[in-house]
Design a protein around this ligand. Structure first.
Ligand SMILES: [Zn+2]
Ligand SMILES: [Zn+2]
Length: 152
């Protein structure tokens, strides 16, 4: 997504209110265990000497995986830090998304859990132990074999 900045560049130093959403393409997170669904950018911006200064807050809604049971977990992250974007010559727009994603990646917690007492997955079969607290795993054929061998 691009931000149109002609009015900023036409009035250097003048502050404009900004309030927009960035929606990253799903492909940006292909193969990764976190996804940013939406970034609400709000605050002020101004241009000066080929730089756009964004004095904004970013509220990102993300989906991550519980590190114990791999269930998707909705996570909200706020980045409250100004940043700058270069304005390329003869360009009327900038793309804040790559920088925004970098900043969110820096502050986000990679180790979320779905609940503090998440029981995780059965190490043997991968069953979700939150859903089946009484789960006990059948022994595998290999193990039965071993036990029978031991007893005879
Ligand atoms: Zn979990
Ligand atoms: Zn199991």
């Amino acid at each position: 997504m691009s931000l149109q900045i002609r009015s900023y560049a036409d009035a250097p130093g003048r502050r404009f209110p900004v309030d927009f959403h960035l929606v990253p393409p799903a492909a940006a997170f292909e193969g990764s265990d976190w996804v940013v669904n939406d970034i609400h950018v709000h605050g002020e911006a101004f241009a000066q000497l080929a730089v756009l200064y964004l004095e904004v807050k970013m509220d990102a809604s993300m989906t991550q995986q519980c590190r114990r049971c791999l269930t998707p977990v909705a996570v909200a992250v706020t980045v409250d830090e100004p940043f700058e974007l270069p304005i390329l010559p003869d360009s009327d727009e900038v793309d804040p998304l790559p920088t925004a994603l970098q900043m969110i990646e820096t502050v986000h917690d990679p180790h979320v859990v779905c609940q503090a007492d998440c029981r995780g997955l059965c190490p043997r079969c991968g069953a979700n132990l939150n859903e089946t607290p009484d789960h006990t795993c059948e022994k595998t054929d290999d193990e039965r074999q071993t036990l029978r061998d031991f007893l005879t």
